[in-house]
Design a protein around this ligand. Structure first.
Ligand code: CP3
Length: 343
């Protein structure tokens, strides 16, 4: 049966005259109504764990813009927290977590079936959204990929080069592999529960995939993604999955074939024309306008948006930014981008 929602049609391999569009971080600090709701919730994590308010901020961008998808409002670092890591956010700096440095740290994590105790409010948010979205809007659930999540759990924060994770991988591969296995298993359960609650698509964010090269890319970016996708497709036949191995470079080539992903999201370090020739040949791609255009606007926003649409026009495409929209973006530029796509 052919799906009717535009995002699902693209994920089904259909080439559409106008690509469907949504935006990474479409609910976020560039919107004054988001900042107001976050204030009301107290802080970012309280907002993530408050189903009514999390659903509210998910819906806010849809009231301004006619996006084809909504993405669940949550964070990739809720999985480490559900596994027992301490997690907090330092304003202006980013996330902080208790660190994992050895096998004892991995073994001290909570058992797999304990994660839902923490994550139940997220499933509740998905349920609320699945009853509240406009009929043409697709609900996307998500999780971090094991490598990206591990980099935060090992370093206890975001790092430029993911050095602490690479160091543990080399110096204590048994502990590193055990941690990856724990995260992979938790991610399968977490995404499966989101799908049961009403997510129609799931996306796997591997934001730091670019720092894995050669055999390490295959072992720690491709293989865990294969494991997650295989398990989800077995439990939920037909569930479409988007994978985002950010800054993978040549690693994008064949990524969909290697992992079973229905769509590969492309970051904005990659030339759209290159991605059309080398990645879109295997199916749907998502991307890849630079988020800086949401700040700078002007004629270039329009011409670059049209260039991305044109570059991907011969195959299945979901229009998106190459990374999340930033807090300094001008909300009017989002309307201009959508106009340039559809106009
Ligand atoms: O896209 C969406 O609108 C859905 C919600 C979403 C958030 N984070 C909300 C958020 C999603 C999909 C994420 C994914 C995420 N979180 C990633 C992968 C994608 C990427 O950006 O590469 C990563 C690495 C994280 C971890 C994380 N969360 C960091 C490093 C930070 C701090 C940096 C920042 O932007 O402030 C966050 C905080 C965060 N996650 C915010 C939002 C809206 C900002 C929190 C705030 O309101 O202050």
């Amino acid at each position: 049966m052919t799906p009717t929602k535009t995002i699902l049609r693209a994920l089904n391999g259909e080439v559409q005259a106008t690509p469907p569009v949504w935006m990474m971080r479409q609910a976020g600090r560039y919107l004054p109504e988001y900042r107001a709701t976050r204030e009301k919730a107290g802080d970012f994590l309280s907002l993530c764990y408050n189903p009514e308010l999390a659903a509210e901020v998910t819906l806010q961008p849809l009231r301004r813009y006619d996006f084809d998808a909504a993405i669940l409002f949550a964070d990739i670092l809720l999985v480490p927290q559900a596994l027992g890591a301490d997690l907090w956010f330092v304003t202006g700096e980013g996330p902080r977590l208790s660190t994992i440095t050895d096998m004892a740290g991995v073994e001290a994590l909570k058992p797999l079936d304990a994660i839902h105790e923490t994550l139940n409010p997220i499933y509740e948010t998905v349920k609320i959204l699945s009853g509240a979205l406009p009929a043409h809007t697709t609900l996307i659930g998500f999780a971090g990929a094991p490598w990206t999540v591990a980099t935060y759990m090992i370093a206890g924060r975001g790092t430029k080069d993911q050095g602490p994770a690479h160091k543990l991988m080399q110096e204590n591969p048994a502990a590193f592999d055990a941690l990856m296995a724990r995260i992979t298993a938790a991610t399968i359960e977490y995404l499966s529960a989101q799908i049961n609650a009403g997510a129609e698509v799931v996306k796997i964010f591997d934001s730091w995939a670019g720092s894995l090269k050669g055999a390490a890319f295959t072992k720690y970016a491709v293989a865990p993604t294969v494991e997650i996708i295989t398990a989800l497709k077995a439990r939920h036949p037909g569930i479409p999955i988007i994978a985002f191995p950010r800054e993978a470079g040549d690693g994008y080539i064949g990524f969909a074939r290697a992992t079973g992903a229905d769509c590969v999201a492309i970051d904005n370090s990659v030339d759209s024309e290159w991605a059309a020739a080398n990645v879109q040949v295997d199916g749907c791609v998502q991307g890849n306008l630079s988020p800086t255009h949401m700040v700078t606007g002007g004629a270039e926003l329009v011409s670059e948006t049209r260039r991305v649409v044109k570059a991907f026009s011969k195959g299945p495409h979901i229009f998106n930014l190459g990374h999340g929209i930033t807090p300094d973006a001008d909300p009017d530029n989002v309307s201009r981008m959508i106009e340039a796509i559809r106009g």
